[in-house]
Design a protein. Structure first.
Length: 150
């Protein structure tokens, strides 16, 4: 991802294919919240077929004025490659069909370390193949009531 692409995404509202997190997930959330968020973004909604999804960590949405979304430094104890490997393994364990690829990268934007997870378009709806948090097996996770990117 280029800095100009990141700047464009950061200045938007969250949507069916875009989610912001102020900070990286706590250790106990890496096998729950992160998996849920990635699957829901991959599924998007009916208006987002064929589009990539983005989870951007280090951004807090300003609901009144998305062009003024707040930026925060994100520091990770592990490399992006290690996080990617573990995330893909967790997605394989919890989702069907599994997501087999995604990109994880760090970019410096306005002196802040921002982390971006890019989820390529997935041609099938993804559901849980076993219970995750309070979601039962075969649950279809998606983003409700969100508008498409654009």
């Amino acid at each position: 991802m280029t800095l100009s692409q990141l700047k464009k995404l950061i200045s938007q509202k969250e949507g069916s294919k875009l989610d912001f997190k102020r900070q990286w997930y706590k250790k106990e959330e890496l096998k729950t919240e992160l998996i849920k968020d990635v699957i829901a973004l991959a599924n998007g909604n009916i208006h987002t077929i064929g589009e990539e999804s983005y989870l951007i960590v280090g951004v807090k949405e300003n609901l009144d004025n998305p062009e003024n979304n707040e930026l925060y430094d994100v520091y990770l104890e592990r490399s992006c490659d290690d996080i990617k490997k573990q995330l893909l393994q967790n997605l394989h364990n919890y989702s069907t069909p599994a997501i087999h690829d995604l990109e994880i990268g760090r970019l410096t934007f306005e002196s802040k370390n921002i982390m971006v997870i890019t989820i390529p378009f997935h041609p099938y709806l993804i559901k849980l193949k076993k219970k995750l948090m309070h979601y039962e097996k075969d649950t279809l996770l998606y983003r409700v009531g969100e508008v498409p990117l654009g």
